[in-house]
Design a protein around this ligand. Structure first.
Ligand code: ZN
Length: 153
């Protein structure tokens, strides 16, 4: 159970139990569904972009606490950001949780903020996709891929 003790820090548990920004948006401009076949996690992501910035974001999901907490913390972390800022955060987060420290450093002074809680996931390869599912789904939504994509990266 040491994996659970290490990973399920208080912030993850809290967001896993009480996801923020859960539900559908009334008028999303972007939408994508993501699926992590390794764990069975699912995320439906809704974005409302306005003048190149994230005006509103929400998600519906089922799955493990890490996947749902990651989606919840992501929605809090990207509101008000530009597409370029969101994609930089995507690259930094995915590099961090997969242990690619050089790639993470390449994103310069992008701050992970609360998302740094997922750094520990890099020690548990089986849980990486749980932590990155929401982010891959977000990128697909921004790219206009309105289809369910199984995350395989
Ligand atoms: Zn999972």
């Amino acid at each position: 159970m040491s994996e659970l003790r290490d990973l399920y820090q208080e912030l993850i548990l809290d967001h896993g139990r009480r996801p923020r920004n859960s539900g559908k948006l009334d008028s999303p401009t972007h939408h994508a569904d993501g699926y992590n076949p390794l764990c069975g996690d699912r995320i439906a992501l809704y974005l409302e972009m306005d003048e190149g910035r994230v005006k509103s974001v929400s998600f519906e999901g089922t799955g493990c606490a890490i996947s749902q907490a990651s989606a919840s913390l992501m929605t809090e972390g990207i509101k008000g950001k530009t597409v370029a800022e969101v994609l930089s955060l995507f690259r930094k987060l995915t590099a961090t949780v997969t242990g690619r420290d050089d790639d993470a450093a390449n994103e310069g002074d992008v701050e992970l903020g609360k998302l740094a809680v997922f750094e520990g996931v890099s020690q548990y390869p089986m849980r990486v996709k749980c932590a990155t599912l929401a982010w891959h789904t977000l990128r697909n939504a921004l790219e206009g891929k309105d289809v369910e994509v199984a995350v395989t990266e």
